[in-house]
Write a protein that binds this ligand. Structure first.
Ligand code: 5CA
Ligand code: ZN
Length: 418
């Protein structure tokens, strides 16, 4: 899939310290890069509605990670997927009386525009599930052959004798190591997040769908020995990470709503397929952004859309600054006051940076780098800039190069272009 244009990254003298991130699975602060190259797999959108601030927060967070890693001298290989076939997409297309492919293309187009406006660095590979379906078949067949997966007859399928294929979670001794949920906790969220605990014939309510046999009226693809159908959700991300980056990836990323079942399952599938004991060096999760007391979600419809804010004339850099003002692991509720505060901050920074000099900015640049390298602590990075701006506006400074140095650092490290 086509992604979006790469923003220009100015050179900043010096470099970031080693980048550390909080790993959800171990709870520890771990290295984001295992060596000179960091592999990053971030779960992309399901394109049935427009980008809301929760999505934007997630992709801005991983954009910060890419920027910090690069600044530390590491080469980043970044893959992101698009779940461009899934039940919610088919349901929305049906509700709105449009073709599901058309809906997906429209929303992917809007997402690209939002990402460009927010100065998010695109992934090196932007992979649609649909275009990748042929690459999922052999791995699923292998899971069946190796006893990791089993068939459940699908009586309502288009063709007689067809079956769905499920992953046998009981076979996996590490199952649960990402989320640390107990069985009751897993069951509580499984259905709400795409699972089918009550599907008759499954060995375990938590077993995850790998291949769904075609039902009448549903799109279908050739599945070789699996029969015509379509893939389950988790196996897509497992296979894409495996094929395009290799496992363990250094960082598996997404919002915290993906911890269970999605990242638990894709890690289980990925380990089963690769024989590796580990799927990711770090599982990094963005906290949930909400509105009116509830998680912002396409299914609930309580959305603040990036595209709508842009249409209203909100500067995308204000949106970006509002997102950066929160630590990525915190859950938070949106209110319009956040945009007002971000606009004020941007105005102050602009004023300070447009003068003829200021205090030496090297320490401020170091502070930004140190904050980001320590689990992407963007609020602390912004505070460092606030301090420089307030000093400049109150007392001035005689380093003529300081505004230029800091302006380039804001652009390269925080993605904030003034
Ligand atoms: N396509 C799958 C991942 S493979 C998916 O979850 N798509 S999504 O469109 O629902 O979400 C896209 C990304 O935004 C995911 O990483 C998800 O975890 C994150 N996300 C969704 N809602 C929120 C929210 N309210 N706050 C923060 N992040 C969110
Ligand atoms: Zn995913």
């Amino acid at each position: 899939m086509k992604s979006w244009p790469t923003p220009f990254l100015p050179e900043v003298p010096g470099s970031s310290p080693e980048v550390m991130v909080r790993d959800t699975a171990s709870g520890r602060l771990v290295r984001a890069a295992s060596g000179d190259t960091a592999t990053l797999y971030v779960c992309g959108i399901t394109p049935y509605d427009a980008t809301h601030l929760g999505h934007a927060a997630t992709y801005v967070t991983f954009d910060l990670l890419v920027r910090a890693l690069r600044d530390s001298g590491v080469t980043v290989r970044y893959v992101q997927n698009i779940t461009d076939i899934d039940d919610p997409l088919l349901e929305r297309a049906k509700r709105d009386g449009i073709d599901w492919r058309e809906l997906a293309l429209r929303e992917i187009g809007l997402f690209r525009e939002d990402m460009t406006a927010l100065a998010v660095i695109p992934p090196d590979e932007y992979l649609g599930a649909v275009e990748s379906i042929p690459t999922f078949i052999a791995p699923i067949e292998r899971l069946v052959a190796d006893g990791w997966a089993y068939s459940v007859p699908a009586d309502d399928a288009t063709r007689p004798g067809a079956a769905d294929v499920y992953f046998d979670v009981a076979r996996d001794p590490k199952f649960g190591h990402v989320s640390h949920l107990d069985r009751a906790g897993m069951l509580e969220v499984f259905e709400e997040r795409g699972g089918d605990p009550d599907r008759a014939g499954k060995r375990n309510q938590l077993d995850a769908l790998l291949w769904r046999a075609a039902r009448p009226g549903e799109p279908e693809w050739d599945g070789a020995s699996l029969g015509p159908g379509r893939p389950g959700w988790h196996i897509e991300c497992a296979c894409l990470a495996l094929d395009h980056l290799g496992v363990p990836v250094d960082v598996q990323g997404g919002g915290s709503d993906l911890v269970f079942p999605h990242h638990e399952m894709s890690a289980a599938h990925g380990r089963a397929l690769s024989g590796s004991d580990s799927f990711a060096g770090a599982f990094v999760h963005q906290g949930m952004v909400g509105l009116d007391g509830e998680k912002m979600s396409k299914s609930k419809g309580n959305l603040v859309l990036v595209s709508a804010l842009r249409r209203e004339g909100v500067d995308p850099m204000v949106i970006r600054l509002a997102l950066l003002a929160r630590h990525h692991r915190d859950d938070w509720m949106y209110d319009d006051g956040l945009l007002v505060a971000a606009q004020q901050r941007l105005d102050t920074w602009r004023k300070a940076l447009s003068g003829n000099g200021g205090p030496v900015a090297d320490q401020t640049v170091d502070d930004i780098r140190a904050a980001l390298a320590n689990d992407l602590d963007s609020p602390r990075a912004l505070e460092a800039v606030d301090r420089w701006a307030s000093q400049t506006l109150s007392r001035g400074g005689d380093d003529l190069g300081a505004p230029g140095v800091l302006g380039r650092a804001l652009d390269a490290l925080l993605g904030v272009r003034l």
